[in-house]
Design a protein around this ligand. Structure first.
Ligand code: UD1
Ligand code: CA
Length: 467
């Protein structure tokens, strides 16, 4: 490979400011953990190797990345976290043998685009520098290391906020924590690093002034888009970055023909697809491998995970759909709960407070109000009355309910599974059905009504006499 480079990702820290038992890079923004965003950006650059430096919850980080499909990563373990410089030093042998150029990324800057990293690498090569620092001009530099430049404007060092004097604190050019190094020179400098007198940590940032003093060429690239460089040190920053990532995602969809109302409230996962002319209302969350066709409408505050909605399906507000398939023209909601394993047929209507689980619902079925359909197969054009319940569980096992085409289930019925209601059959309202109903029949399974004439009048009299 021409001029090969590798990537090191600093991801060993706990992230004390997160006040979490979970390592910082395992926290999510924009539907993905921070470390996945960073590894994703690194993979896109096609480096010779990627070396995540892991420490806190190393096994969890490795498992997560492996499950996310990132194989072939060459992990480095930093058992004790003694600073960003120390992190690289722990991987010295591996990194020195990896490639002549090393791109160093931070596990806590999930917004960085691979195109920006590509520009950094290009600048580093063109200027034949020993080190190239990605910097940014920000309005609020709080928390970041400040970039020091000499009289001629050349970079002379980086000072951490906690060690900076007031004049340095006023500097608005910050260190993004992303760098390119010539690997051999980097390690020569790292070996000369001394711990910071305040924190006793070995700062990678101190390498810059060491290199400048040793007359190595150090250059800088200012990141054109400052929104990319945000480092996440606590949960307030995490929320901000989450908002930016969600906005990026929503923008992609809007530009590809999807209408999104109040996009700042909408969350669309990285593996979701949405067809043109679909409308996504406020507060909608789309997770996992959800696929939404064209001309759909997803009502406000609905949450859809790992599900497929065909063209022209609509979901009215506040519905939850998980691991299910909804055919074209079907209408779900408001307030419907479609649990895993459902297939809802074309044109079917599932209405308010209807819960469906592991069921096949035929074409044009109507279940408009207050029903529970679990482990059921409902034929096309069947009508499920308000309050219908499939009693699918006997306390030990689940049983199936079958309702054939065009059947009519009266309101308030209980279908005690296993049971079948035949084609075109009727179940009278309020029935508890324990035996199958033949096609074309009417089943009534409830006590016969008696009206007792003048009962109320007699009762009133009786009460009056007692007084
Ligand atoms: C660092 C930079 C600062 C820069 C900022 C950009 C240093 C000394 N400072 O500060 O100049 O402006 O990033 O966001 O480098 N880590 C390890 N092992 C360790 C210590 C840290 O792997 O021993 C990892 C952390 O998990 C994190 C990354 O390195 O992913 C950066 O560490 P962090 O403590 O967040 O550094 P900052 O204080 O933000
Ligand atoms: Ca940080």
């Amino acid at each position: 490979m021409k001029n090969p480079f590798s990537v090191a990702i600093l991801a060993a820290g706990l992230g004390t400011r997160f006040k979490s038992r979970k390592a910082k890079v395992l926290h999510s923004a924009g539907g993905r953990t921070m470390i996945e965003h960073v590894v994703g950006a690194a993979v896109a650059l096609k480096p010779a190797a990627i070396h995540p430096i892991v420490g806190h919850q190393a096994e969890d980080v490795i498992r997560l990345l492996t499950e996310a499909g990132y194989g072939g990563l060459r992990y480095i373990r930093q058992k004790q976290q003694r600073g960003t410089g120390h992190a690289l030093l722990t991987g010295r042998k591996q990194l020195e043998a990896s490639a002549p150029t090393l791109l160093v990324l931070s596990g806590d800057t999930p917004l960085l685009r691979s195109a920006t990293l590509g520009s950094l690498l290009a600048r580093h090569r063109r200027s034949r520098a020993t080190a190239t620092v990605l910097t940014a001009e920000v309005s609020d530099p709080a928390g970041y290391g400040r970039v020091l430049r000499d009289g001629s404007g050349a970079l002379s060092g980086i000072v951490e906020q906690r060690s900076a004097i007031p004049e340095q604190l006023a500097i608005r050019e910050i260190n993004t924590g992303i760098y390119c190094f010539q690997t051999r020179e980097l390690f020569a400098a790292l070996r000369r690093l001394r711990p910071d007198p305040l924190t006793a940590e070995y700062y990678l940032t101190d390498v810059i002034s060491l290199l400048v003093r040793g007359r190595s060429k150090v250059s800088a690239l200012t990141c054109p888009d400052v929104t990319e460089i945000a480092g996440v040190n606590h949960r307030v920053e995490l929320a901000r970055v989450d908002g930016l990532l969600r906005h990026r995602r929503a923008e992609q969809f809007m530009l590809s023909g999807v209408t999104i109302l109040s996009p700042e409230t909408v969350s669309i996962g990285p593996d979701v697809s949405i067809g043109p002319d679909t409308v996504i209302e406020a507060g909608v969350h789309l997770h996992g491998k959800t696929k939404i066709g064209r001309d759909c409408r997803i009502g406000a505050f609905s949450v859809i995970s790992d599900s497929t909605l065909a063209a022209s399906a609509s979901v009215l507000p506040s519905s939850v759909i998980t691991e299910s398939r909804i055919a074209s023209g079907a209408r779900i909601g408001p307030f419907s709960h479609i649990r895993p394993g459902c297939e809802i047929g074309a044109g079917a209507q599932i209405g308010a407070f209807v819960e469906v689980k592991k069921s096949r619902i035929g074409r044009n079925v109507r279940a408009h109000h207050l029903a529970y359909l679990g482990d059921a197969v409902i034929g096309s054009n069947a009508n499920i009355g308000a309050g219908t319940i499939t009693c699918n569980y006997d306390g030990a096992v689940k049983h199936q309910t079958e309702v054939e085409d065009n059947a009519f289930i009266g309101s308030g019925s209980e279908l005690v599974a296993p049971v079948r209601v035949g084609k075109n059959a009727y179940v009278a309202a309020g029935s508890t059905i324990t035996e199958s109903v033949p096609p074309e029949a009417l089943a009534i399974a409830r006590a016969r009504q008696r009206n007792r004439k003048d009962w109320a009048k007699h009762r009133r009299k009786k009460i009056a006499n007692k007084k």
